[in-house]
Ligand binder design. Structure first.
Ligand SMILES: [Ca+2]
Ligand SMILES: [Ca+2]
Ligand SMILES: [Ca+2]
Length: 136
């Protein structure tokens, strides 16, 4: 159970869900033990407010995470996880679930994570981030 919660934490909390693990009210697993869906309750009334679904490849790596942020049965955002030959992951976010990727998060060989948008404007975004963190 503890390990599974850790898995969920890693999978869910990278999307700015800022609640605690208590928000997970329910989850289900496939026959291989992969967590395939979880329900999140953010206001503590015991009723799920968001749902998240996971898909895995044959190696058990997550390949897709779908979020139903308002739990209305319609997916609101999707993240696709792509792996290169070395096993490095890049995450392709479709923020509004329209089928088009809006930005891509990758980690370079130095272990630095960066984000670029679909027009490849990595530099601009990095400058923006720098502005946010280092200017007063
Ligand atoms: Ca709730
Ligand atoms: Ca929805
Ligand atoms: Ca999109």
């Amino acid at each position: 159970m503890e390990n599974e919660v850790k898995v969920l934490e890693g999978l869910i909390f990278d999307e700015n869900c800022d609640g605690s693990l208590d928000n997970i009210v329910d989850y289900s697993k496939d026959e291989l033990g992969n967590i395939i869906s979880a329900s999140l309750d953010f206001d503590g009334d015991g009723v799920a407010d968001s749902k998240v679904y996971f898909e895995y490849d044959e190696q058990g790596r997550i390949v897709q995470k779908s979020m139903d942020k308002d739990s209305d049965g319609k997916i609101d955002s999707v993240a696709y996880y792509k792996y290169d030959d070395a096993g490095n992951v890049s995450i392709h976010y479709d923020d509004n679930a329209d089928g088009k990727v809006d930005y891509i998060e990758t980690t370079d060989e130095n272990g630095e994570t960066y984000i670029k948008d679909v027009r490849d404007r990595k530099q601009k975004i990095m400058e923006t981030i720098k502005d946010v963190f280092f200017s007063k």
